[in-house]
Each structure stands twice: as C-alpha cells, then as structure tokens.
Design a protein around this ligand. Structure first.
Ligand code: 1CP
Length: 333
C-alpha cells in the first residue's frame, strides 16, 4: 500500500506523505516549454503522450507521494459537447449549453471523447515513476461544474445575475452531471486511478440554506458511488464555512482543507484523515518562514492521519527551489 493509502485507509498518523495541488503546472519551466508549443489547452490535455509526461514532471524533480493526472475539471462539459477554451489572462470561456443535445449524449460517445484521459491514467499508473506512489484521478463537484456550465466563465469575474433563475434547467443539469461524473469516475478507476479527489472550488459562493440541494445531495451521490467501487475519495469544498458539518453529512474518506480555516480547530473537530491547508503564498516567502509554517501544520496534525498539501493550487510564480525545500522539510520532519 502506498503512504497516502496508508493514511487514508489504515489511518496511519506517524507518516507524512505529500503531494501538491497543481504540482504539474506553470511554475515548472519544463511545463511552460511544452505549453508554449501547445496553445490549445484542451488539445494538450487530450494528448496522452504529453499529458502523461506533464503529470510525471514534478515526480522526476521532487519526492512526492502522488501523481495527480494532468487534466481539468472542465473536460466534463467538453465531453458533453459544450465548447471550452482557455483565454490568457481571462481564464476558461464556455460556449452555449444545449439541454436537448446534451440529454441525448450516449455514454459511448462521451467515453470516446475523453478516451485520451483514460489512456493517460494507464500510462501514468504503469510508469516506473509512480512505483509505491498513488495515482490520483479527479472530477469537479456538481456545484462547481454547474457554475462554469451556466456562468460560462469563471465566477471570479462575477456570477451572472440571473444564475439561479431557471430551476428546471439547473435540476436537469445536475441530473446529467450525476450520470456523467459517475461514468468519468468509473473510467478513471478502471484505468488505474487509486484515489478520486472531488474539487468543489466554488463551494464558498453558496448560502448555508442552499448547501443541501447544490452541494450535499449531489456530492454525497458521487462519494457513495466511488466508495462502492472500493476506492477512497477526498473532498475539497474550498471556502465552505463549516467543514465539520460537511464531513458529517458527506463522510468522505479524507477532507482537504483550504487556507482560510484554522487547522488547530479542524484537528480537534474532525476525526477523518485531513489533507492540505497551508497558504500557497508561503512558497513566495523565504525558506525560514516556509519551514516555520510547514512545521506548524505537521505539529498540529502530529497525531492525526494527515497528508501534507497546500490550501489551494501552487501559484505560477513559485520558485521550484522553494517547492523542493518544502518537500524536503516535510520528509525530514
Ligand atoms: O497553462 C495554463 O494556462 C493552464 C493552467 C491550467 C492547469 C495547469 C488549467 C486551466 N488547468 C490546469 C490543470 C488542472 N486543473 C489540474 C491538474 C494538475 C495538477 O493539479 O497538477 C487540476 C486538478 C485542475 C482542476 C481545476 N481546474 C479546478 C479545481 C482546482 C482549483 O484550482 O480550484 C478548477 C476550478 C479548474 C478550472 C480551471 N482550469 C484552468 C484554470 C486557470 C481554471 C480556474 C479558472 C477560474 O479561476 O475560474
């Protein structure tokens, strides 16, 4: 069993495995080199030779315990024939969503469109670089995908005024997402993903009263499904106000926390394995400060099953040497 599985499945608390969200990405010059030659991001994700190489890039540099596949949560709307493009300095832009057309998409057609993602997972999990490491597959949570599908751009820029207006449409989309997210999860697992992480990056946008319908019910459905396939699931409801409630309702195998929450409070309140938490901006400071803050998290979770990670993705302006120092600090603890 790999160290991350030991923590999640056997609740081991005396080891400190580490992986980093967005560990394959723009802070690495070798990634930027490939990216420069491949301006179409979706096409790059669907080139299994390159996307598997990108997935393995951070593992060749650092002693990380997991490979997170190089893909994107927006591959799902892409698989449902909604156009997705990534514009520099703007972010993702999605096309119109045709409910009639999407309601008719067959499973085989969807799986065929995303087949390169599954090939990439096979290549990664069979690679010598992932020996005794975990291959992590992932999906966007239904709520976060709903946000992109209806808003058609990042809610960072703003959530459309009439976002919640068409309840019929929202209900239909959530049902379609439930079906195809399960298909996507199943195919990732069949290809070699050993853990699934569910990214709910925009969980923080909702009011408490809306959580059951938009987050709890649809996420629980995916968590239960993944568990039924005997694969652990990590949930990351970024910005949610009450992690304790979330864990009690959703019961993920591990919970990934963001950098806004107090880790000491989490370690007291939550008794399932915890992942992440540290502010990615700390990698932009100096080594002394980085070591101090890293040690703080490791101290707090000393007797708790804990996987080291950040509280959101590593920032593009991060110096790879600082990443190296972070990994070594965790391994030497
Ligand atoms: O070069 C570039 O411009 C591409 C940047 C990039 C990368 C490296 C995007 C566009 N996606 C990815 C890969 C990616 N996305 C991974 C795989 C690799 C890894 O973690 O090492 C993962 C897990 C994601 C997941 C993802 N995509 C999330 C959830 C996590 C999070 O950051 O909150 C979200 C919200 C997306 C959408 C997306 N894709 C890309 C961007 C810039 C965004 C965010 C857009 C926004 O701000 O709304």
């Amino acid at each position: 069993m790999s160290p991350i599985e030991e923590v999640i499945i056997n609740k081991k608390s005396d080891i400190n495995p580490i992986w980093i969200m967005r560990q394959a990405g723009r802070y690495l010059p070798e990634f930027r080199e490939i990216r420069k030659q491949n301006p179409d991001f979706i096409k790059l994700c669907l080139n299994e030779k390159l996307s598997s190489e990108i997935t393995l890039q951070p593992l060749k540099r650092f002693d990380l315990d997991a490979a997170i596949i190089f893909s994107d949560i927006l591959m799902l709307p892409y698989g449902l024939n909604q156009t997705v493009e990534f514009k520099k300095n703007v972010g993702p832009l999605l096309g119109n969503f045709d409910l009639k057309e999407i309601s008719n998409i067959e499973e085989v057609e969807f799986v065929e469109k995303l087949s390169s993602v599954y090939k990439l997972i096979k290549l990664v999990s069979n690679s010598q670089f992932t020996k005794n490491k975990t291959t992590i597959g992932f999906v966007g949570a239904p709520w976060t995908l709903l946000v992109y599908i209806i808003n058609k751009k990042s809610p960072k820029l703003s959530l459309n005024e009439n976002f919640f207006e068409d309840k019929y449409l929202i209900d239909k989309i959530l049902k379609i997402l439930d079906k195809f997210l399960k298909i996507h999860i199943k195919n990732q697992i069949d290809s070699g993903a050993q853990i699934i992480q569910i990214f709910d990056s925009w969980a923080g946008l909702l009011k408490e009263k809306d959580l059951p319908y938009y987050i709890y019910d649809p996420t629980l459905s995916l968590v239960n499904y993944t568990k039924s396939l005997n694969v652990p699931v990590i949930c990351f409801p970024r910005g949610i106000k009450n992690y304790k409630n979330y864990c009690e309702i959703i019961k993920p195998d591990a919970i990934c926390i963001d950098y806004e929450v107090d880790p000491a409070k989490i370690s007291k309140e939550i008794n399932i394995p915890v992942q992440g938490g540290m502010d990615p901006k700390l990698l932009l400071s100096d080594k002394e400060n980085l070591k101090k803050e890293t040690t703080k998290y490791l101290d707090i979770f000393k007797d708790h099953p804990y996987i080291f990670n950040l509280g959101h993705g590593v920032l593009p302006e991060t110096d790879p040497n600082m990443m190296d120092y972070l990994v070594k600090t965790v391994k030497d603890y």
